[in-house]
Design a protein around this ligand. Structure first.
Ligand SMILES: NC(=O)c1ccc[n+]([C@@H]2O[C@H](COP(=O)([O-])OP(=O)(O)OC[C@H]3O[C@@H](n4cnc5c(N)ncnc54)[C@H](O)[C@@H]3O)[C@@H](O)[C@H]2O)c1
Ligand SMILES: O=P(O)(O)OC[C@H](O)CO
Length: 331
């Protein structure tokens, strides 16, 4: 048997990694997934279900799970699906491989303000890099429901090759050359979804939610353009598409977190003992730092930070947002 035994491997056995494994098993004979938790590995291999992170979804027996990261070098292409704050350590621990890395986390690294692609380029300078992002609730993707995503690579030839490797009749990637834009949409929408959850939890109404989506999108545009993203990418699947999805459903972990905040609970109690990740809680403070350094105004993101840190009440941040100076609607 050749050294490359798996056309695609997945690093990260949470809900999204598991859903992507289910998609890949539709078109590949063998899929290898690395999960950090032995219980997830055992569940996938023996029960054909990830009972920890994606309970209730039957998985193909073509999917093999391992807790040994070194085994992932047997994969021709690697989807990297750990939460954003753990990508650096995970990639550093991965033994040498030339496989393209398809980055699927949505966040900004705390401390460094780096996008996940910057982290990957720094940690693994020899590997080709791609970003996969878009409106993708894991349980829907795993069930084979129609889904479209952005696949961003600087090199179109690589993008075309990767699209052929991951596209299925129900999972449709669109190529973009805007790696930064694809990442910023996914990272910023998580923070804005917390804000939409707050609106819901506090009973502020649907008009307020629509206003928040539109003005949140203006913040995403301002920040994205300042970091070199293209406006068209931010208006696409990985930006506006994912913003609309995540801001309108309790299925979103970020929206649910915001809902709890809107109902008056503290972020400490909402995040304590949480097994699943609400990336927006980690992205919000670093996003605000980065925006401030770039002289970009993000009042909604700032309000989310105040609620997460407990430094302001819902009533206070809403009053502050509405009392901002009257201005043009333009970005
Ligand atoms: N769930 C979705 O619907 C979905 C869809 C698209 C993108 N994403 C993104 O995918 C990424 C992973 O989210 P998820 O939903 O699969 O996670 P999850 O909430 O289902 O599970 C948590 C994950 O974090 C991992 N983890 C915890 N501590 C870790 C550590 N120290 N090192 C490495 N991994 C660690 C766990 O092993 C587990 O895989 C996030 O960036 C998320 O925004 C999720
Ligand atoms: O549950 P959330 O809020 O992490 O959102 C999941 C996906 O990012 C939606 O595209």
């Amino acid at each position: 048997m050749s050294q490359m035994q798996y056309p695609v491997g997945i690093i990260g056995g949470g809900a999204w990694g598991t859903a992507l494994a289910a998609v890949m098993a539709q078109i590949h004979d063998r899929v290898l997934i690395w999960a950090r938790e032995e219980a997830a590995v055992h569940s996938i291999n023996n029960l054909h279900e990830n009972s920890l992170f994606l309970p209730g979804t039957s998985l193909s027996s073509k999917i093999e799970a391992t807790a040994d990261l070194a085994r992932m070098i047997a994969c021709e292409n690697l989807l990297i699906v750990t939460p954003a704050q753990h990508v650096r350590a995970t990639l550093a621990a991965l033994p040498d491989t030339q496989a393209p890395l398809i980055l699927c986390a949505k966040g900004i690294e705390a401390d460094t303000q780096m996008l996940v692609s910057d982290v990957a380029v720094t940690t693994r300078p020899g590997n080709p890099i791609a970003v996969l992002s878009g409106p993708t609730f894991a349980h829907e993707v795993a069930a084979g429901k129609p889904t479209a995503v952005t696949l961003a690579t600087a090199d179109q030839t690589l993008g075309s090759e990767l699209m052929r490797r991951i596209a299925t009749p129900s999972f449709r990637p669109y190529w973009s050359d805007d790696v930064v834009g694809a990442e910023i949409g996914g990272a910023v929408k998580n923070v804005l979804a917390i804000a939409c959850g707050v609106v819901d939890g506090a009973g502020l109404g649907l008009n307020a939610r629509a206003a928040l989506i539109a003005r949140g999108f203006a913040e995403m545009q301002r920040y994205g353009l300042a970091r070199g993203a293209k406006a068209e990418t931010l208006a696409g699947l990985s930006g506006l598409g994912d913003l609309v999805l995540t801001c309108s459903s309790e299925n979103s972990r970020n929206f649910s977190l915001g809902r709890g905040l809107g109902q008056g609970q503290s972020s400490e109690s909402l995040l304590a003992d949480r097994k699943t990740v609400a990336e927006g809680a980690y992205t919000a403070p670093v996003l605000l730092q980065s925006a401030t350094a770039l002289d970009v105004e993000m009042p909604i993101v700032s309000a989310v930070c105040a609620l997460l840190s407990g430094s302001a009440t819902v009533d206070a941040v809403v009053a502050e947002l509405l009392a901002r100076p009257l201005k043009s609607e333009s970005w």
